[in-house]
Design a protein around this ligand. Structure first.
Ligand SMILES: Nc1ncnc2c1ncn2[C@@H]1O[C@H](COP(=O)(O)OP(=O)(O)OP(=O)(O)O)[C@@H](O)[C@H]1O
Ligand SMILES: [Mg+2]
Length: 491
């Protein structure tokens, strides 16, 4: 810490004393400056940093006492050792009363001289260290304060709302954007329960889920909160303490009203187009069927073949239109109205019995492994749709002779359902996109399968409405596993 040598200023009119001190002290690792009178001493003090002064009392011109007084006033931190002859010991004692650190008598006894100097330099060193500590401490506190105020400025300037709660779900940090977005007028200076300002039950529930989450990996939860005509997206995550324990929640809120309106317009438009297309298609199909059945007169083999192909095409178009209507309905939150406690195992078995023949045709073995199950609150028709889509995908995107395994079991507060296949797999960079509407992986193996890319977005929509989650793991050429978690219904 103290890398530099201590500097001693020897003030004495006798050259022998000055040189004697220089010789002894230089050998002991001190840097020595000398002055032959008081004026020169004060001048050196004003130009240099001195750690210790050896001061003769009897000098021509300015006396030692006068020098001491000036030093004491201007440089109180420098210890002064008085050099005195036997005759002036009384004066030396007087000087100590005036602030001198110690005195030594001439002629010097080397040991005594060195001990006195060393004591004074220890004092000086300690003082310097204390000063350095104090300075560092002050700087650290300043940095901390600066960092804190920087963070505060950033959070306060954010366009998104920020809401941090403690474990009791009391608001402990917020920003002006939050106050404005949620139209909060009250005082949030002391911790206030979050449900006092945000009444949305689902949102509060999702914060509770985060606090009590027993999932191995901390998850973010996204919820949409309605506030009058406004729609706000809230993305919440656990706030973790030093030992990775959950100490609260952090939510970032964004006003997505405009985006929602646009989405609604798009859905309305899609809905309208789908409806308008469906009626004429149904009637063309009916007419074709009439022709096929020969009710409008006999038809030849070729005509029969063409008409049949036409009907097949119409059927796949009708299926697409149904999917479009379905997704629009799910997005409007209308599809999931009948949530009752159900046994998800039954739904899976029912779905499997439908899909068994499709799998058989491709030589694919379908297996179902059921662990201990608990009821969930769900709309069983919608759940059937979820499994139909996932298992159909597993069958479609597997080469002939593959294996598809479905498993279901209760896991903590959730029921976990997995659909695994030994199919073509999905590349890692495609995984985040496959739940998007109309997204299909662009490769020849996928193209062989007829599809519109709507299945998984319907699945995701239904699971969202049931507070469920879906994750996917896949390896190209090896196979894919979809994992669903649905909250258990607690009576
Ligand atoms: N089990 C799977 N194995 C490999 N790829 C899959 C699997 N499931 C889905 N995919 C990929 O994800 C894409 C999206 O699937 P999704 O079910 O949404 O649409 P789709 O099957 O193409 O059409 P449809 O709307 O008729 O279901 C698929 O096109 C395919 O590329
Ligand atoms: Mg599909």
């Amino acid at each position: 810490m103290m890398a530099r040598k201590l500097k001693v200023l020897v003030v004495d009119d006798e050259k022998v004393v000055r040189e004697g001190c220089r010789r002894v002290l230089s050998g002991k690792d001190y840097e020595v400056l000398t002055a032959e009178n008081g004026y020169s001493a004060l001048e050196q003090l004003s130009e240099d940093t001195v750690d210790l002064i050896l001061l003769d009392l009897k000098m021509p011109g300015m006396s030692g006492e006068e020098v001491l007084e000036t030093v004491h006033t201007n440089y109180p931190e420098i210890p002064v050792i008085i050099i005195t002859g036997h005759g002036t010991v009384d004066t030396a004692v007087e000087c100590m009363k005036k602030g001198a650190y110690d005195f030594i008598t001439k002629p010097f006894q080397i040991d005594q001289f060195l001990i006195t100097i060393q004591r004074a330099s220890e004092k000086r060193k300690l003082e310097l260290q204390a000063k350095q500590f104090e300075e560092e401490n002050r700087r650290n506190l300043y940095d901390l304060k600066l960092e804190k105020s920087r963070l505060k400025t950033i959070i306060n300037c954010m366009a998104n709302g920020v809401l941090v709660t403690n474990r009791n779900l009391e608001i402990v940090l917020h920003n002006p954007a939050l106050m404005q977005m949620m139209e909060i007028k009250g005082d949030l200076d002391s911790p206030v329960p979050v449900d006092k300002f945000v009444e949305d039950r689902d949102f509060i529930e999702s914060l509770r889920e985060i606090l009590h989450s027993r999932l191995s990996t901390p998850q973010t939860v996204s919820r949409e909160i309605s506030r009058g005509p406004k729609v706000i997206r809230a993305i919440s995550a656990p706030a973790l303490g030093p030992d990775n324990e959950v100490v609260g929640t952090v939510t970032v809120l964004e006003d997505i009203t405009a985006f929602k309106q646009l989405d609604q317009m798009k859905s309305d438009f899609l809905n309208m187009v789908a409806h308008e297309l469906r009626s004429p298609l149904v009637s063309i199909r009916q007419q074709n069927t009439v022709l096929l059945e020969g009710l409008a007169g006999p038809i030849g083999e070729k005509q029969h073949e063409f008409l049949e192909k036409g009907v097949k095409k119409i059927d796949s178009l009708l299926e697409l239109i149904n999917d479009l209507l379905n997704i629009a309905k799910i997005e409007a939150g209308k599809a999931i109205q009948h949530q009752v406690p159900i046994d998800i195992g039954e739904v899976i078995k029912e779905t499997l019995s439908f899909l068994e023949p499709v799998a058989k045709e491709k030589g694919i073995v379908l297996t179902y492994e059921e662990g201990e199950l608990r009821p969930i609150l769900a709309d069983s028709k919608r759940m059937e749709e979820v499994f139909t889509n996932l298992i159909t995908n597993a069958i479609n995107y597997s080469p002939d002779g593959g294996r598809v395994v479905i498993s279901a079991k209760a896991l903590g507060e959730y029921v976990e359902i997995k659909v695994s296949d030994t199919g073509i797999g999905i590349a890692a960079e495609e995984l985040p996109k496959i739940f998007d509407k109309f997204y299909r992986v662009k490769d020849p193996k996928t193209r062989q399968v007829m599809g519109t890319g709507l299945g998984l977005s319907i699945v995701k929509g239904i699971l969202d409405a049931h507070r469920g989650t879906i994750e996917v793991e896949s390896e190209l050429g090896k196979g894919t596993t979809f994992k669903i978690l649905l909250p258990i219904f607690e009576q």
